[in-house]
Design a protein around this ligand. Structure first.
Ligand code: HEC
Length: 273
C-alpha cells in the first residue's frame, strides 16, 4: 500500500512534468484555419502604350485588408493605379495575416481609336488660270470625333485651322487627327479654274473655225491657240480680225459667231469671263 502511494505520487509528478512541458511547446490555434479569403477585381483598361490602367480589388468576407500586386509590399488601398497592359498577380491579407490565394488579372490595352470613325467632307475652290495663280483652297469639315488638327502634306505637319489657302492646282494628301491621335486620310484635289462660260464658248468656236491653222500645233501668222492663255492674251487681235475686220478666218464668221466673241469681249475678255 505504501509502495502504491509512492508509485501514484511519482506517476502524478511525471504526468505534471509531461503536461507542463506540453503546455510550453503547443502551438496556439491557427487564426487562419477555416478562413477563406476570396478576391474579386474590377479594372480600367490602359490606353495602348500608356500606364493609365487600374485594378480595384474587393476581398471577402468583409474586413480590414491590405493588398499586394505582383508579390510586392502590401498596401492599405485596394486600388492599384498607373498600370500598363499586362498580367498582374493580386493578393489580399486580413488583419490576422491570413492571405487569399493569388489571383491573376489581365489588363488588355484599349486602343483609343477603336470605334472612332472620322469622316471628312472637303470643300475646295479653284486655283486660277491665265494667269496661273496659287490661290486655290481646301476647307475640311471633320465629323466623328473631336480636337482635330489638319495636315495637307500626308501628316508631316498639322495645323489647327481646317482651311488651307494659297494652293496651286493639284492633289493634296489630307490627314485629320483627333485628340487621341486617331487619323483619317483622304486625297483632295484642287482643280484649275475651268474658265468662264463666255470664254469657253469662244474657245469652242475657235477650235471649230480656226482649225489646224492655229490649233494642234499650227501657228499661221505666228499665232497658236493650243494654250488657253494665248486666247486671253490675243483677245484684241481675235476681236479685230474676226469681228471688226472680218478678215479671219478666211471664211468669215457668221453674225451669231461674231456675237459669241463680242459677248466675251464685253464681259471682260478674261479666262474666267
Ligand atoms: C485656213 C487657215 C486659217 C484659219 C482657218 C484661220 N486663220 Fe488666222 N491666220 C491664218 C494665216 C495664214 C495668218 C497669217 C496671215 C494674216 O495675218 O492674215 C493668220 C493670222 C492670224 C492672226 C495673227 C495676225 C494678227 O492680225 O494678229 C490671228 C490673231 C488669227 N489669224 C486669228 C484667227 C482666228 C481667231 C481664227 C478662227 C476663228 C483664224 N485665224 C482662222 C490662217 C488661218
Amino acid at each position: 500500500m505504501k509502495n502504491l502511494s509512492l508509485f501514484s505520487a511519482i506517476l502524478l509528478f511525471a504526468t505534471c512534468i509531461i503536461f507542463s512541458c506540453k503546455k510550453d511547446t503547443v502551438a496556439p490555434a491557427d487564426p487562419c484555419t477555416g478562413v477563406t479569403i476570396s478576391i474579386n477585381s474590377s479594372q480600367s483598361a490602359p490606353t495602348t502604350g500608356q500606364n493609365n490602367g487600374s485594378i480595384t480589388v474587393t476581398a471577402t468576407p468583409s474586413g480590414t485588408y491590405t493588398y499586394s500586386i505582383n508579390n510586392g509590399a502590401y498596401q492599405s488601398s485596394n486600388i492599384f493605379n498607373n498600370l500598363a497592359a499586362g498580367n498582374y498577380t493580386i493578393m489580399a491579407k486580413n488583419a490576422d495575416g491570413c492571405t487569399s490565394a493569388s489571383t491573376s488579372v489581365t489588363l488588355s490595352a484599349n486602343n483609343p481609336c477603336n470605334g472612332v470613325n472620322i469622316t471628312l467632307t472637303p470643300a475646295t475652290t479653284y486655283a486660277d488660270v491665265c494667269p496661273t495663280a496659287s490661290n486655290g483652297s481646301i476647307t475640311i469639315t471633320a465629323n466623328g470625333s473631336s480636337g482635330y488638327t489638319y495636315s495637307k502634306d500626308g501628316g508631316t505637319t498639322f495645323q489647327a485651322s481646317n482651311v488651307f489657302s494659297n494652293l496651286a492646282a493639284g492633289n493634296y494628301p489630307v490627314v485629320v487627327k483627333d485628340v487621341n491621335g486617331c487619323t483619317k486620310s483622304q486625297t483632295v484635289s484642287v482643280s484649275s479654274n475651268p474658265g468662264g462660260v463666255n470664254f469657253n464658248l469662244v474657245r469652242n468656236l475657235m477650235i471649230a473655225r480656226c482649225g489646224n491653222c492655229h490649233f494642234n500645233g499650227g501657228s499661221d501668222g505666228g499665232v497658236n491657240f493650243d494654250d488657253k492663255c494665248n486666247i486671253v492674251t490675243k483677245w484684241d487681235r481675235i476681236n479685230t480680225r474676226c469681228v471688226v475686220q472680218g478678215t479671219m478666218p478666211p471664211t468669215p464668221l457668221s453674225t451669231t459667231e461674231k456675237q459669241t466673241i463680242t459677248n466675251w469681249v464685253n464681259a471682260g475678255h478674261r479666262y474666267i469671263d
